[in-house]
Design a protein around this ligand. Structure first.
Ligand code: GLY
Ligand code: MN
Ligand code: MN
Length: 427
C-alpha cells in the first residue's frame, strides 16, 4: 500500500504530465493492461502493469483504468472488484478507486467528449515518457533498493563461482540472492554467458529451445559475462560484470578488460547535465577502437575506424540506455531526434542531452561475434582496416562488457551500482 508521502509524489507526476498534454475537454484513459493468457492454456503469465499506468498510480493492479477529465482537470482511478468466485481461486485485488463497472456511467456523464486511449496516442505517451525521464525521490529509492538487491547477487557470485559450474547453476544462485534481498523478480532475463557465449549480446537460458535448454560449464581461464539485475517496486537494475574464472587473466583478456573499463570510467565521468549522450557514446567507441589498434587487430586512424564501422564489428551496441520502470526506459529519443542507420549508432537507445534526475546505464563492451567476423561481405569490406589473421585467432574469445547504472545529478554522477565490485578474476 502506498503511503501518504508517495501519494503526494504520484499526484505531482500527474500534474506535470497534464501540463505537458495540450488538452481542452478530452477524456484520457490509461490502462494497466490485462493479465496475458499463456497460449493454449488456462494459465496466465505473471502480470506486468503498463509502465505509464504504474508511473501515474504507483500501483500494479490488472485491468485497472486511470481516467483523466481534461475539462475538470480531474483524475479518477477505476479498479476491478473480485467476485466471490474469483476469491475462491485468487487473493482479491486491492479495491482501488471506484469499481470498474462504474467506468461506463462515468463516461456516459461526459457523453460527446472525445475519449483518447493513451496507448493509441503517440503524443500523450510521449508526454508521460518525457516526465518518466527524470526520476523523483520515490523512484530513486526504488532504484537504489533494486541496486542493493543486485549487489547481493553479485557478492554471492564472487564468493561462490568456480570453474566447472554451469551457467544455469550460476543463474539460479545469483537470482536467489536477488530475491532474498527483496527483489520482486529479475528486471530482464539474466544473461549468464561463459566463454564464447559472451559474444551473444543477449544470451538467455532457454533461448535455443525452451523445452531442451542448453547450458554449459565455465572452463578454467575462460571469461564469464553476467548481465543481471533485480526489480524492486517495478524499477530495474541492470548490471554487467565480466571475469576470468579460476586463473590469472591472459595478456589479451587483461588488456581488453582494461580497455573496456577505461571506456566505462571516462563515460561515467561525463554523465553530467548538458552532455550529449551520442557524443559520449562515440568517444567510448574511440577508446575501444584505440585499444583494438594497440592490440594489432585494427589498423588506420581511429576516427576513420569508427566512422567506417570497423570498430562496430567489435562494439556494435550503444553505450547505454535510460533505466526506470522498464530496463530500456521511455524517453530515449525525444521528438525531433531520429534513429541513425550508422553501424556505430544504429543500436543506440538514447540520443539526448543528459539532465539531472536521469538514470542511464553505461555499458561499453568488446566482443568477437562469429556472425559478424565470419561474414564474407564484411571481411571483404574491412579487408584493409581489420587484421583478420589476428582477429581469427581470437574467435571463440567471447565478450567483455562492464555495466553500471548512473544517476545524473547537478553534482558528481551517482553510481547506483557502484558498491558492486569489479574483479577481473574470480574462483
Ligand atoms: N541487460 C540488457 C541491457 O544491458 O541492455
Ligand atoms: Mn545489462
Ligand atoms: Mn543495459
Amino acid at each position: 500500500m502506498p503511503n501518504p508521502d508517495s501519494e503526494k509524489l504520484v499526484s505531482a507526476r500527474r500534474d506535470r504530465v497534464t501540463r505537458r498534454w495540450e488538452l481542452n475537454d478530452e477524456i484520457v484513459l490509461v490502462r494497466s493492461g490485462p493479465v496475458l493468457p499463456m497460449a493454449g492454456s488456462d494459465m496466465e503469465h505473471s502480470f506486468h502493469p503498463h509502465p505509464d499506468f504504474a508511473y501515474l498510480t504507483g500501483r500494479g493492479i490488472p485491468d485497472a483504468v486511470l481516467a483523466f477529465d481534461a475539462k475538470q482537470r480531474h483524475w479518477q482511478l477505476f479498479g476491478p472488484r473480485s467476485s466471490i468466485d474469483d476469491q475462491v481461486w485468487h487473493q482479491p485485488a486491492d479495491p482501488v478507486g471506484l469499481p470498474l463497472e462504474e467506468l461506463d456511467d462515468w463516461l456516459g456523464d461526459r457523453k460527446g467528449r472525445q475519449v483518447i486511449e493513451v496507448s493509441n496516442s503517440t503524443e500523450l505517451q510521449a508526454g508521460i515518457g518525457e516526465e518518466r525521464v527524470r526520476k523523483d525521490e520515490l523512484e530513486l529509492t526504488a532504484l537504489r533498493s533494486a541496486a542493493a538487491a543486485t549487489k547481493a547477487g553479485f557478492d554471492w557470485l564472487y564468493n561462490t563461482v568456480s570453474a566447472g559450474m554451469t551457467e544455469r547453476e550460476i543463474q539460479v544462485g545469483i537470482e536467489a540472492e536477488f530475491f532474498r534481498a527483496g527483489a520482486v523478480r529479475t528486471a530482464y532475463p539474466s544473461i549468464v554467458a561463459s566463454g564464447p557465449n559472451g559474444a551473444f549480446l543477449h544470451y538467455f537460458y532457454g533461448q535455443d529451445d525452451s523445452l531442451n535448454p542448453a547450458t554449459r560449464a565455465v572452463l578454467q581461464g575462460e571469461l564469464l559475462l553476467i548481465d543481471a539485475g533485480g526489480e524492486f517496486s517495478g524499477y530495474a537494475s541492470d548490471v554487467t560484470r565480466t571475469m576470468v574464472v579460476g586463473a590469472e587473466p591472459s595478456d589479451v583478456q587483461a588488456f581488453l578488460w582494461q580497455v573496456v573499463l577505461s571506456a566505462q570510467e571516462l563515460a561515467i565521468d561525463r554523465c553530467r547535465p548538458g552532455q550529449e549522450w551520442r557524443e559520449i557514446h562515440m568517444d567510448s567507441a574511440r577508446v575501444i577502437g584505440s585499444g583494438l589498434m594497440e592490440l594489432g587487430l585494427l589498423r588506420g586512424e581511429v576516427d576513420q575506424l569508427v566512422s567506417s564501422g570497423a570498430v562496430a564489428l567489435f562494439y556494435p551496441h550503444g553505450l547505454g540506455h535510460l533505466i526506470g520502470l522498464t530496463v530500456h526506459d521511455a524517453g530515449g529519443y525525444p521528438s525531433g531526434r531520429e534513429r541513425s542507420s550508422h553501424p556505430q549508432s544504429r543500436y543506440l537507445r538514447t540520443d539526448r542531452p543528459l539532465e539531472a534526475g536521469m538514470i542511464t546505464s553505461v555499458e561499453p563492451g568488446v566482443y568477437f561475434i562469429d556472425a559478424l567476423l565470419g561474414d564474407p561481405a564484411l571481411r571483404e569490406q574491412f579487408s584493409e582496416e581489420v587484421v583478420w589473421q589476428e582477429v581469427d585467432s581470437l574467435r571463440g574469445f567471447g565478450g567483455i562488457r562492464i555495466e553500471d547504472d548512473i544517476h545524473v545529478t547537478n553534482d558528481e554522477p551517482e553510481v547506483l551500482s557502484g558498491a558492486i565490485g569489479k574483479p577481473v578474476r574470480i574462483g
